[in-house]
Design a protein around this ligand. Structure first.
Ligand SMILES: *Cc1c(COP(=O)(O)O)cnc(C)c1O
Length: 348
C-alpha cells in the first residue's frame, strides 16, 4: 500500500531530477569554504532575500539557535509568540545555548503585531531581563500555517527600531507564505535582521536550512555553527538539492495549498470534525468531536495508508507537500468519509 503522508512536509524524498543535480554537484571542504556548491547556495539565498550573506546549516533548529545566540547576550530575553517553534520545539535551546529567557505573547494563530510587541518590551531595570530580540514565524506552524502581511512586519520593525531590538524571521516555510501573498523575498528581507529558511520542508530537499543576514552577523554565525558541530565538509551534495529546490519547487507550493483547502472543505462536511482552522497555506488543523479521539482516528487512517499526527488532546494536523498528489488527496478524502468513532470500544 502506498502511504499518503499527511504527517509532515519534512518527509519528502528527492525527485529523480533533484537526485541528478545532487550527484553532479562539484564539492570541496566547506569548513575551509572550498565547496563551490555550498558557496553558490549561500550566495543565491542572500541575493534572494536582499541580505549580504548566508550560511548553510544541517537544520532549521540550528539556524534559529545560531540566530538567537548571535543576536543576544546571556540574561537577555526574546519576545515571541507562545506557539513559536523556538519555544515549543527546540528543546528549550534558547536557555541552554544562549542563556536567555522567553517573553511569550499569546495569540489566536501565532501572528504578532506592533502593539503586542510594544506592550511586551520590558523597561530597562537592573532586575529585569533585557528585551533584545523579537522572533516572528512566517508561516506559523502551530498557528495552522498562518501568514504575516508585509505591513504587519513593517509595524513590528518600527517597534524594534525604536526600542533597539533585533528582528529574526523564522521563515522555515517563508516561501509558502510568499507564493500566497505575492510578495518578493527581499520585501521581507528588508524588514528583518536575519531569516532562517528550511530547504527540507515543502521545498523538497532532503536536508538543510539557510540563515541569512549581514556580513558581520553571518561571520559570527559561522563560528557558532562550528561550535555546535554544524561545520560540514563536502556538503555541496546537499546544497545542490537546495539550489534545485529553489529553482524548481517554489511556485508549485500553490498546488499544496490548493490540496490543503480541498482537505479542509471535505473535513467541513463530516460530522466528527469541528473548529477547522482557516487554511492559509499547506497546514490543516482541526478538532475531533467526541467520542472521536486522536488515537482511534489516527489508527484508522494508518490502517488505510494515511499518516497524520495529533496536535493536541482533540486536535489533528494534516500537512500537504510535493509527495502528496492530487489523486492521493482524493483517496484521503474518501477514507475520511468512511471513518466512524462508533468502532472505538475504548470510548463510552
Ligand atoms: C521545521 C521548523 C523549523 C526547523 O526544524 P528542523 O526540523 O530543525 O529543520 C523551524 N521553525 C519552524 C516554524 C519549523 O516548522
Amino acid at each position: 500500500m502506498q502511504i499518503i503522508n499527511l504527517l509532515s512536509d519534512t518527509g519528502t524524498k528527492p525527485t529523480p531530477e533533484m537526485l541528478k543535480a545532487m550527484m553532479a554537484a562539484e564539492v570541496g571542504d566547506d569548513v575551509f569554504r572550498e565547496d563551490p556548491t555550498v558557496n553558490a547556495l549561500e550566495e543565491k539565498c542572500a541575493a534572494l532575500v536582499g541580505h549580504e550573506a548566508a550560511l548553510f546549516c544541517p537544520s532549521g533548529t540550528m539556524t534559529n539557535q545560531i540566530a538567537l545566540k548571535v543576536h543576544t547576550r546571556p540574561l537577555d530575553e526574546v519576545i515571541c509568540d507562545e506557539m513559536s517553534h523556538i519555544y515549543q520545539y527546540e528543546v528549550g535551546g534558547y536557555a541552554y545555548n544562549s542563556g536567555i529567557g522567553v517573553n511569550l505573547i499569546r495569540t489566536e494563530n501565532g501572528i504578532l503585531n506592533a502593539d503586542l510587541v510594544q506592550a511586551a518590551v520590558k523597561p530597562r531595570f537592573d532586575w529585569l531581563p533585557k528585551s533584545s530580540l523579537v522572533v516572528v514565524e512566517n508561516t506559523c506552524n502551530k498557528g495552522g500555517g498562518s501568514t504575516y502581511t508585509l505591513d504587519t512586519i513593517k509595524g513590528i520593525r518600527e517597534v524594534c527600531k525604536s526600542n533597539g531590538l533585533a528582528l529574526h524571521l523564522d521563515g522555515a516555510r517563508l516561501f509558502n507564505a510568499l507564493v500566497e501573498s505575492g510578495d518578493h523575498p527581499a520585501d521581507f528581507g528588508a524588514q528583518v535582521d536575519s531569516i532562517s529558511i528550511c530547504l527540507s520542508k515543502g521545498l523538497g530537499a532532503p536536508v538543510g536550512s539557510v540563515l541569512t543576514g549581514n556580513r558581520n552577523f553571518i561571520a559570527e554565525a559561522r563560528r557558532v555553527r562550528k561550535v555546535m558541530g554544524g561545520g560540514m565538509r563536502q556538503a555541496g551534495y546537499l546544497a545542490a538539492a537546495g539550489i534545485y529546490a529553489l529553482d524548481h519547487h517554489v511556485e508549485r507550493l500553490k498546488v499544496d495549498h490548493a490540496h490543503a483547502r480541498k482537505l479542509a472543505t471535505a473535513l467541513g462536511q463530516l460530522a466528527y470534525t469541528a473548529n477547522i482552522r482557516p487554511v492559509q497555506t499547506n497546514i490543516v488543523i482541526f478538532d475531533l468531536v467526541k467520542p472521536a479521539v486522536p488515537p482511534h482516528f489516527l489508527e484508522y487512517l494508518k490502517s488505510n495508508g494515511v499518516s497524520a499526527s495529533a496536535f493536541g488532546p482533540q486536535t489533528i494536523r494534516f500537512v500537504t507537500h510535493l509527495d502528496v498528489s492530487a489523486e492521493m488527496i482524493n483517496r484521503a478524502i474518501e477514507i475520511l468519509k468512511t471513518y466512524s468513532a462508533a468502532g472505538n470500544k475504548s470510548q463510552p
